[in-house]
Design a protein around this ligand. Structure first.
Ligand SMILES: [Fe+2]
Length: 207
């Protein structure tokens, strides 16, 4: 796998007040860039959905994916859901993890710093949804849905899609459907492996 590094001479620079790049007054340029945001949000939404479609088309064999984990790892942990890196794209464009959930275990409430897509391989998960309350700076519950084995879903970067994912049995939600076994899901994220711990979830307060 090639080792990728930032160019040594790379550095963050701020806009100059004069020169060829200052053809527009800064306020106009910033306004134009800001106006891109809604259009880019649609592009990011479409990208996340496209990734999910490829996961659905190319990764249909749940047993083969589950076999990437040793049997002991598939039992999960009593200390919380576990995450196992199972693939790092050689060009550092994405990473894949298997997440193992025991009954009652759930992720924190979070948006995303990058696109993500996931597939439920075993068991049933519950995805609780939230909407971002910008004035209060908290995520408000807005419903949820059971995710059955085989189903694939995606989320773009940002706070337009905030959720918590977890094993429904054990108190996460009353509609647990009696689920009590280990649940396992495959997750793809648009980050290199070195960023998997800090570059994916955007944790937010919920209220
Ligand atoms: Fe997520």
């Amino acid at each position: 796998m090639p080792s990728l590094h930032a160019e040594p001479q790379s550095r963050l620079s701020l806009p100059q007040s004069a020169g060829p790049q200052a053809m527009l007054p800064p306020s106009c340029a910033l306004s134009a860039l800001s106006a891109l945001s809604p259009a880019l949000a649609r592009v990011f939404d479409d990208s996340a959905r496209s990734v999910a479609a490829q996961v659905e088309a190319c990764l249909a064999d749940a047993d083969a994916l589950l076999a990437l984990l040793p049997e002991a790892a598939r039992a999960g942990s009593p200390d919380g859901y576990t995450r196992h890196l199972v693939y790092a794209d050689p060009m550092a464009r994405f990473s894949a993890m298997l997440l193992v959930w025991r009954p009652g275990q759930a992720s924190p409430v979070h948006g995303h710093r990058t696109w993500c897509a996931y597939r439920v391989l075993q068991g049933t998960l519950y995805e609780r949804h939230y909407r971002w309350d910008e004035a209060a700076r908290v995520a408000r519950p807005s419903g949820g849905v059971m995710r059955e084995p085989g189903t694939v879903f995606s989320a773009p970067a940002g706070l337009g899609h905030i959720h918590s994912l977890g094993h429904p049995a054990g108190g996460m939600d009353q509609r647990d459907g009696g689920a009590s076994d280990i649940a396992i899901s495959l997750h793809l994220y648009g980050v290199e492996a070195a960023q998997i711990a800090t570059g994916v979830n955007l944790l937010v307060a919920a209220g």
